[in-house]
Design a protein around this ligand. Structure first.
Ligand SMILES: [Zn+2]
Length: 329
């Protein structure tokens, strides 16, 4: 890889963020609402436009960016040369406005005409990679990163290798069945992990945003306390189930819901360590230290060479990253 600049893009259901980095630092970050109408190239074009705007802002030529790492929620399917991304929370919005009902994104077809090297990975898996290279995961050969956010995402290292699977979806633990509840996940399943406790589900159940739920929990609201305790218990059981399969050393937890770690961690640990002890007693449960940088680092790490990674491990430049700039639609 020629040194110079690399770009990372993080596609979410509500927003897309783009970061540009050199070997020394993260130079800029821009954020824009995810476009949900238009042609099949809407999202790849949006990413390219955001990179153009970022380059203009920092005074570099877009042509100097050859390497682009992209992360997105899944699920993925390898189909010939390209990967289909079945991100329901993105594609549902777009497909409603297309005559031929477009159920997935394809990014590489368009973007490979514009960039020399494109790497794509599930967002939670890339976050696990960021933890492994730069965060709390450095200590472990076996750990699972779990993001508890609008959805629930997971990425796992087993014996020092990032778990992938035939379509790069392993482990997609947000969609493991945990009950026979009638709550419906975006994937269509009833009673799976995400349907029960994702941020979006908690909002559906309670009728208020998760921030409000936790605020009311702190104020002593009985309904909020009951919901949070139940959610933490189910979340812990999700971890028990993942550990039963992977026999891991540690869970590293992140995401917007886990910002309430002072409330959630003790509840999660209580339920987890009360489960089948021979499997759970030696498992560490901790939180991510990379916090808001984790997505940026995940996307950039897909296209950074070993030298860059070693240099960033020493200097931690993400700690001095500039604030994100919002691009109004
Ligand atoms: Zn699901």
């Amino acid at each position: 890889m020629k040194e110079g600049y690399v770009a990372g893009a993080d596609i979410g259901g509500t927003k897309i963020s783009v970061v540009i980095a050199s070997k020394n630092k993260i130079i800029c970050k821009t954020v824009e609402k995810t476009k949900k109408q238009g042609s099949i190239d809407t999202i790849p074009n949006q990413i390219d436009d955001m990179i153009k705007i970022s380059c203009n802002q920092i005074g570099i030529k877009k042509s100097s960016i050859l390497n682009l790492g992209i992360i997105s929620c899944g699920a993925f399917e390898k189909k010939g040369k390209y990967t289909r991304i079945y991100a329901n929370n993105i594609c549902r919005g777009i497909s409603n406005n297309l005559p031929n009902n477009w159920p997935y994104l394809i990014l590489e077809k368009r973007l490979s005409k514009l960039y020399k090297n494109i790497k794509l990975m599930n967002d939670a898996k890339a976050s696990a990679q960021a933890e492994y290279l730069f965060g709390s995961g450095k200590k472990y050969k076996n750990f699972v990163y779990v993001t508890w956010s609008t959805g629930i995402g997971t990425g796992a290292y087993v014996n020092g290798f990032l778990l992938k699977g035939k379509n790069n979806n392993a482990p997609h633990a947000g969609h493991i069945y945990l009950s026979d509840s009638n709550l419906k996940c975006n994937c269509g399943q009833l009673g799976d992990f995400e349907s029960l406790v994702s941020g979006a589900s908690l909002e559906k159940i309670y009728g208020k945003k998760p921030e409000e739920i936790f605020k009311e929990y702190k104020q002593g609201n009985k309904k909020a306390i009951k919901l949070v305790k139940k959610a933490a218990k189910i979340f812990a059981r999700g971890l028990v189930s993942i550990n039963a399969i992977l026999d891991t050393e540690a869970f590293i937890l992140g995401g917007s819901i886990m910002k309430n770690k002072h409330i959630l961690l003790p509840l999660i640990k209580k339920e987890f360590y009360n489960s089948f002890k021979p499997l759970t007693k030696d498992v560490k449960i901790t939180t991510s230290k990379l916090e808001y940088s984790i997505g940026d680092l995940g996307a950039l790490s897909l296209v950074m060479n070993k030298d860059w990674i070693r240099s960033w491990q020493k200097r931690k430049p993400w700690k001095h990253a500039p604030e994100a700039v919002n691009i109004p639609l």
